[in-house]
Structures are given as structure tokens and as C-alpha cells.
Ligand binder design. Structure first.
Ligand SMILES: *[C@@H]1O[C@H](CO)[C@@H](O)[C@H](O)[C@H]1NC(C)=O
Ligand SMILES: *[C@@H]1O[C@H](CO)[C@@H](O)[C@H](O)[C@H]1NC(C)=O
Ligand SMILES: *[C@@H]1O[C@H](CO)[C@@H](O)[C@H](O)[C@H]1NC(C)=O
Ligand SMILES: *[C@@H]1O[C@H](CO)[C@@H](O)[C@H](O)[C@H]1NC(C)=O
Ligand SMILES: *[C@@H]1O[C@H](CO)[C@@H](O)[C@H](O)[C@H]1NC(C)=O
Ligand SMILES: *[C@@H]1O[C@H](CO)[C@@H](O)[C@H](O)[C@H]1NC(C)=O
Ligand SMILES: *[C@@H]1O[C@H](CO)[C@@H](O)[C@H](O)[C@H]1NC(C)=O
Length: 368
């Protein structure tokens, strides 16, 4: 049995379960000026955990309270080692020249000796692993060459997620290794009917590497497997009551292995994920964890307005069409320490909140 545990030591990451303090923020209640940034988990604050990746401009004190989203850069990542991955998210300051990915939660390792593979781990204790790009994508093509998990209740995901919860998904519930599920959300809205779709994979998603692609363009979204288009969504098809329910905002690319099949999940989520996780599984016993493997990530930006060399990021502005915020290029810094010297924050919200967000935004749409 292929066991990752013997290949390289685990990068152990103790997750700081610091409880977020202060006000909560949501669609009706914005953050106060004294704690202006609304974190992706809906808490107000002033530090990294609030004002960087995931900071929701619509729920923050002002549209520009969050730091700008670091600008897209076309790139190919083959994970010869994990040098470009910041594995401690509390050290992430927003300077995207230093790191390509940040581990938001959980543990990673690398099988570099065998050619380079980033492994995301799930243990009984770590509550799952989530990795985000440090830069944002504002349209473009992303291909991930990956192997998924294969255990009931364990979900592998490759998604794009914006700070206002525009989302495009590839998800792999662990009890089936012959299919991938595609989905999308507009500003976190779970519209009816369910717009998830299932596509067959020619081969085994656990046993073999396959290429999963999200091709996100301003007028059309396509999902591909091994270079073949398996689903197409046109922006013009999702116009509802004058609102185009189509992802339009800059997004982080995220990879995760997460425990959907746990007793605290909604019954429908557990069923969707393929049952409750069995930590007595022989794979778990021999490796000490469940895992999913990333061989490479290929990012090709397709910004509607080509950024000039001095552009550092994306910022939100007034709505450009009905209920759709505008996105502009900016040369302001994305580094929180540069923006506010002396402000150093170390607060990171807990895994449970992360899962709640994933479940609401990413999975719940499968169930209704
Ligand atoms: C991550 O960084 C924080 C802040 O410097 C530190 O307290 C914590 O111990 C670090 N975690 C690990 C696993 O190194
Ligand atoms: C928004 O947050 C406020 C303050 O915490 C709370 O009273 C309200 O119920 C929340 N609204 C929604 C829609 O969650
Ligand atoms: C970001 O990091 C690079 C490389 O260390 C450094 O040259 C640059 O000054 C940093 N930028 C900011 C805004 O801190
Ligand atoms: C996965 O689990 C779901 C829900 O429990 C079940 O309907 C489905 O048949 C299972 N698929 C496989 C391949 O076992
Ligand atoms: C990355 O993707 C782009 C766009 O699909 C493609 O043109 C390019 O050849 C790919 N690069 C690699 C190294 O696969
Ligand atoms: C702008 O769009 C947001 C949703 O993105 C919506 O909540 C808000 O009401 C809109 N504002 C105006 C003035 O239309
Ligand atoms: C940043 O943009 C502003 C306004 O667009 C411009 O006036 C300024 O010269 C730019 N700064 C740099 C360093 O390019």
C-alpha cells in the first residue's frame, strides 16, 4: 500500500484555534471603523487574519478596507519542494512575491525525493487541510494535475473562491473514484435548482493523475477533464431577475482535503460525502493520515484589462451592473505591514468555522 508517511517527514502545523474577537459582519451589518475588515469567516478586525485573503469588501467598513487582492501572474507550479508554500498562515503578510501558496489550515508534506508532489493531509486531529494561492485570478485557465482521496466522508476539492464568495468548483466525494463534480456559486447564493453536475473520469481519480481544469472567461465557464470539455456554462444562461448570477470577482485558487463525513455535519452532507469517515481504514492506519496529491498547478491569467507593470492588485468599487461589484486594478500595496506599519496580528480563526463556510458555500448546493 502506498504510504506517504515513509517518504518524508510531516510538516507539523499546530493550528492556532484563537477565537476571533469582536463584532461579527454580514450582509446587513458591516464592520465598524475601529475594526474595519470583515474576515472570510464573518468577524471584524484590523490584522492579517481579517484584512488579507478572504476579507469581504462588501461587509467591511468601506469598500477599500480590505487590502487589495494580489494581482494574477501566469505560472506553473510543479512542487519540486514546498519552498514557495507558506505553511504557517500567521506569517503571511500579503507580499505575494515571496510565496505562491499559503496553508490556511492543516498539514502538508512533499514527496520531493520522488519527483515532487504536494500532499494535503487529513488526520483525526487536524480537521483537514486547505491551501490557497497568494495571488488572485480574475478570469483565466487553471489546470490541476492531482490524485484525490478515496475514502468515504473525505472530500477532495479544487476550487476558485472570491472574497465575496463567487465560487467555481471541482469536488470529489471520497467514496467514488470514477467521477468529479462541478459546481459554481454567485456571491455565495445557492440557487435552485441545484447546479452541481457529475462528470465521469476515464480512469481512477485516486490511482492515477488526471488533469482537472477550470476555464473561467468573462462570458463563459468551462470545466475540463484531461483536456476534454465536460461542461460549459454561459454567462447569458444565468441571468435571473436582471442579475447575472455568474462569478465575476477575483478569486483565490484553493485546494483542500476535508472531513465532510463527521457526526457534526448535516445528514445530507454526510450522505453526499459517502458516509462517515472510518479512521480504522487500513490506509489511515498504515499512513497515519488520509491524503490527496497535487502534482502540478498551471495558472494562465486572462485579465479583461491587461495590468501594466506597476499594478499590484485588484480592488473593489461601486457596482458595475445590478448587484455586481466593479473590479479595478490598483498600484497600492497588498502587504499589510507596508500599509500599516507596526500593526502585527496573529489571530487565526478555527477549523470549525472554515468548515462551516465550506459547507455553506461549497457543498450545500449539492444537497438541495
Ligand atoms: C506560526 O506562527 C505563529 C506566530 O509566529 C507561532 O506562534 C506559531 O507557533 C507558528 N506555528 C508553527 C507550527 O510553527
Ligand atoms: C448580522 O449580524 C448581526 C450582528 O451580529 C445580527 O444581529 C444579524 O442577525 C446578522 N444577520 C444575518 C442575516 O446573519
Ligand atoms: C516583498 O518581498 C520582496 C522580496 O523579499 C521585497 O523585495 C519587497 O520589498 C517586499 N514588498 C513589500 C511591499 O514589502
Ligand atoms: C457513495 O455514497 C453515497 C451516499 O452514501 C451512495 O449513494 C453511493 O452509492 C456511494 N458510491 C459508491 C461508489 O460507493
Ligand atoms: C499551461 O496552460 C496553458 C493554457 O492552457 C497552456 O497554453 C500551457 O501550455 C500550459 N503549460 C504547461 C507547462 O502545461
Ligand atoms: C451592489 O451589489 C451588492 C451585491 O454585490 C448589493 O448587495 C447592493 O445592494 C448593490 N448596491 C447597489 C447600490 O445596487
Ligand atoms: C499609482 O497610481 C496613481 C493613480 O493611478 C498614479 O498617480 C501614481 O503615479 C501611481 N504610482 C506609481 C508608483 O506608479
Amino acid at each position: 500500500m502506498h504510504s506517504l508517511a515513509v517518504l518524508l517527514p510531516l510538516i507539523s502545523l499546530t493550528i492556532p484555534l484563537v477565537k476571533a474577537q469582536g463584532a461579527t459582519c454580514n450582509v446587513t451589518t458591516k464592520c465598524p471603523e475601529t475594526a474595519p475588515c470583515c474576515s472570510e469567516f464573518g468577524f471584524c478586525g484590523t490584522t492579517e487574519a481579517f484584512c488579507l485573503g478572504g476579507c469581504n469588501p462588501l461587509y467591511s467598513s468601506k469598500l477599500d478596507s480590505c487590502l487589495p487582492n494580489p494581482i494574477c501572474k501566469s505560472s506553473f507550479h510543479s512542487f519540486a519542494n514546498n519552498d514557495r508554500v507558506q505553511s504557517n498562515s500567521s506569517h503571511w503578510d500579503g507580499n505575494a512575491t515571496l510565496y505562491d501558496f499559503v496553508v490556511n489550515n492543516g498539514n502538508i508534506m512533499n514527496t520531493g525525493a520522488n519527483g515532487g508532489e504536494l500532499a494535503m493531509l487529513l488526520t483525526k486531529e487536524n480537521g483537514g487541510t486547505r491551501l490557497s494561492t497568494t495571488r488572485y485570478l480574475h478570469y483565466g485557465i487553471v489546470t490541476a494535475r492531482m490524485k484525490t482521496g478515496r475514502w468515504g466522508g473525505v472530500v477532495t476539492a479544487f476550487i476558485t473562491m472570491s472574497d465575496v464568495k463567487d465560487e467555481i468548483d471541482w469536488e470529489f466525494p471520497g467514496n467514488s473514484t470514477t467521477e468529479g463534480q462541478s459546481n459554481y456559486f454567485w456571491q455565495g447564493v445557492v440557487t435552485q435548482p441545484n447546479h452541481g453536475a457529475v462528470s465521469q473520469v476515464n480512469g481512477d481519480t485516486f490511482g492515477d493523475y488526471h488533469d482537472y481544469t477550470i476555464d473561467w472567461q468573462p462570458e463563459q465557464l468551462r470545466w475540463l477533464i484531461d483536456g476534454k470539455v465536460v461542461r460549459t456554462l454561459k454567462k447569458s444562461d444565468v441571468l435571473t431577475d436582471g442579475v447575472s448570477q455568474y462569478p465575476t470577482t477575483p478569486s483565490r485558487i484553493q485546494f483542500s482535503l476535508w472531513p465532510a463525513g463527521v457526526a457534526s455535519s448535516a445528514a445530507g452532507t454526510v450522505q453526499w460525502a459517502g458516509g462517515l469517515i472510518n479512521y480504522d481504514d487500513p490506509d489511515y492506519r498504515s499512513a497515519g493520515h488520509f491524503y490527496a496529491l497535487l502534482k502540478s498547478v498551471n495558472i494562465t491569467c486572462a485579465d479583461p484589462v491587461k495590468p501594466s507593470a506597476d499594478i499590484t492588485g485588484y480592488k473593489y468599487g461601486a457596482n458595475s451592473s445590478t448587484n455586481t461589484p466593479s473590479v479595478a486594478l490598483t498600484n497600492l500595496t497588498t502587504n499589510i505591514n507596508a500599509a500599516a506599519p507596526g500593526v502585527v496580528g496573529r489571530s487565526v480563526e478555527g477549523i470549525r468555522t472554515m468548515l462551516a463556510v465550506l459547507i455553506v458555500a461549497g457543498v450545500f448546493g449539492q444537497l438541495i
